[in-house]
Design a protein. Structure first.
Length: 265
């Protein structure tokens, strides 16, 4: 046996990298294409082999949009083992009507987002404000994550605290709400962050971190000395990496194991 990666797998690696590219743009792919009333279809894919990856290699896949034509988008990829360049690739997509699969111009908004990202522009912004200002977008996200995905009863997810909390919502450059959280005052000098939710397909893309930092900054501006939260155990590592420490033993809340955590400001 050659013990090298089968040739066709490299296209799968590039396809996976394209999925991560959309996450890096803070664009949930299906919702984005629905909003833009189109979809992207592969019309050409090429792979150039410089050396083979072995079955036990750790590799890195790089991807960038190199050109946007009238209806086409060209992505160039490269696969590395350490500093060794193994594979080059190019994938050409055409933006088209999903019903007829006939090409149509790449929407200006998508063109602007991709070119901006390649130039280093931010892909999201965080707004803070009242429930009246941000509640509709925050609630849609929370319902999708807590009620529909995690099956928390809706009456447990909603409470009266929303009315006097400070809310934060992250928006991508299409104006889609993609992450949210809220800040409450528990007692003088102590605030609580809660209802942290990120669009399911965009987790791990720093949106939750942006929302959390916006809420921590707001707490610091208000003169709070400490911020606490109840972290789902699956998110414990996320909060630890941002400086939160555990307090006490795990407990059940809404049928999900949580851990109290805190950070001093």
């Amino acid at each position: 046996m050659q013990k090298i990666v089968f040739n066709a797998h490299y296209l799968m690696y590039f396809d996976t990298a394209i999925a991560d590219y959309w996450r890096a743009l803070a664009l949930p792919y299906q919702a984005t294409m629905d909003q833009l009333e189109g979809d992207l279809y592969v019309v050409k894919a090429t792979v150039e082999f410089h050396a083979s990856a072995r079955v036990d290699d750790q590799i890195e896949v790089a991807m960038a949009c190199s050109h946007i034509g009238n209806s086409s988008m060209v992505f160039k990829g490269a696969i590395f083992r350490g500093n060794e360049h193994l594979i080059s690739g190019e994938i050409v997509y055409v933006f088209a009507d999903p019903a007829t699969q006939k090409s149509r111009p790449v929407p200006p908004a998508l063109r602007e987002i991709v070119l901006g990202y390649e130039a280093g522009a931010p892909v999201s912004t965080v707004k803070t404000g009242s429930w009246n200002a941000l509640g509709a977008d925050a609630q849609a996200l929370r319902t999708a994550v807590f009620v529909e995905e995690q099956r928390i009863p809706e009456e447990h997810e909603r409470d009266a605290a929303d009315a006097h909390a400070l809310h934060a919502v992250a928006y991508n450059r299409l104006g889609q709400a993609v992450a949210t959280g809220r800040l409450l005052t528990l007692q003088p000098g102590v605030a609580k962050i809660g209802r942290m939710a990120v669009n399911r397909v965009l987790r791990g893309s720093h949106l939750g971190q942006q929302v959390l930092r916006a809420l921590l900054d707001a707490a610091a501006d208000r003169g709070e000395r400490e911020v606490v939260l109840h972290a789902q155990r699956s998110a414990e590592g996320f909060y630890r990496r941002l400086g939160f420490e555990p307090r006490g033993e795990p407990f059940e809340e809404a049928g999900i194991t949580h851990l109290a955590m805190f950070i001093r400001l």
